[in-house]
Design a protein around this ligand. Structure first.
Ligand code: CP
Ligand code: NVA
Length: 311
């Protein structure tokens, strides 16, 4: 169903800095005028497939595809044949014959790459073990709303630096020209290959990437403070050891006192109060998590529209 070079959004650096800015501007436009663009009129369909649990991603893609004039086909992998071992390549070719885009929440990044290779239509990463790029678009839209711009801001991400959110903040922050500081314990710092990619991007955008084991150094003077669960989906067996190890990285009022007094707090949700973030922080005046959750809809409508215009 596609012509020419189909674009995908599998990791944050699939958008250049200029393209990320374009998508974020479109997201703001679609937030102001939610029904102004109908790239999926027909309706054309979008497959939205989940190997893992989801609340926000599931609802925001279903709502967003409908807003764009399309028909969301939302499925759990367990009820599909790919869940019984049908090859991803075959599944991709079938989706590409029936739908205008594929959105997939899965485990391995390699599976997404295979889906993109064979689908012939845009494929969007709705969270993998390595990246959550749609979340970062929503987060940066939120930061723009509260801080006016992205370039030059100091962003601190504390907790599990080696998970999907840690990697996406490093890459997506460098793309936006931000100064990203990750505070994470040894063994849970972002993949050095991803940090190297982010540093190459930061050299063009004026941003920077700093990795430290010290949560206070990460947060000192920050404009934006972010955390995520210490136990990502698929890591449930490691919960006890992770909770013991990450204790010093909890975003508490004491840690927030080190940030800029006007700092905002983000969390992609779901949040575990008393673990990675204190209740008085996530439920307090610096928290923008509900704007952030809503912005999933607007950001994803923007990336879908942008990709469909190019496929
Ligand atoms: N933040 C996020 O992706 O939430 P869900 O897991 O509920 O989709
Ligand atoms: N790091 C979390 C993000 C959830 C949206 C996970 O992968 O479970």
């Amino acid at each position: 169903m596609s012509t020419g070079m189909t674009r995908h959004f599998l990791r944050d650096d699939d958008l250049t800095p200029a393209e990320q800015a374009e998508v974020l501007a479109l997201a703001a436009e679609l937030k102001a005028q939610p029904y102004s663009r109908k790239p999926l009129a027909g309706p054309q369909s979008v497959v939205v497939l989940f190997d893992k649990s989801s609340t926000r991603t599931r609802v925001s893609f279903a709502v967003g595809v409908a807003d764009l004039g399309g028909n969301p086909v939302v499925m759990d992998t367990g009820v599909t044949q790919v869940g019984r071992g049908e090859p991803i390549a075959d599944t991709a070719r079938v989706f590409g014959r029936m739908a205008s885009a594929v959105v997939w929440r899965t485990y391995a990044q390699a599976g997404l790459e295979q889906m993109a290779q064979y689908a012939g239509v845009p494929v969007v990463n709705a969270l993998s073990d390595d990246f959550h790029p749609c979340q970062i678009l929503a987060d940066w839209l939120t930061v723009i709303e509260h801080k006016g711009e992205l370039a030059g801001l100091q962003v601190a991400y504390v907790g599990d630096g080696a998970n999907n959110m840690g990697h996406s903040y490093v890459l997506g922050g460098a793309t936006a020209g931000m100064h990203v500081r990750v505070g994470a314990p040894e063994g849970f710092q972002p993949d050095p290959a991803i940090v190297a990619d982010a540093e190459r991007i930061a050299a063009q955008t004026g941003g920077s990437v700093t990795i430290t084991t010290d949560p206070v150094a990460a947060v000192a003077g920050a404009d934006v403070v972010i955390t995520d669960t210490w136990v990502s989906m698929g890591q449930e067996d490691e919960k006890a050891e992770r909770v013991a190890l990450f204790g010093d990285y909890s975003v508490t009022a004491d840690l927030m006192a080190k940030a800029d007094p006007e700092a905002i707090v983000l969390h992609c949700l779901p949040a575990y109060r008393g673990l990675e973030i204190a209740a008085d922080v996530i439920d307090g005046p610096r928290s923008v998590v509900w704007d952030e959750a809503e912005n999933r809809v607007h950001a994803q409508k923007a990336i879908l529209t942008w990709l469909l215009e190019r496929s």
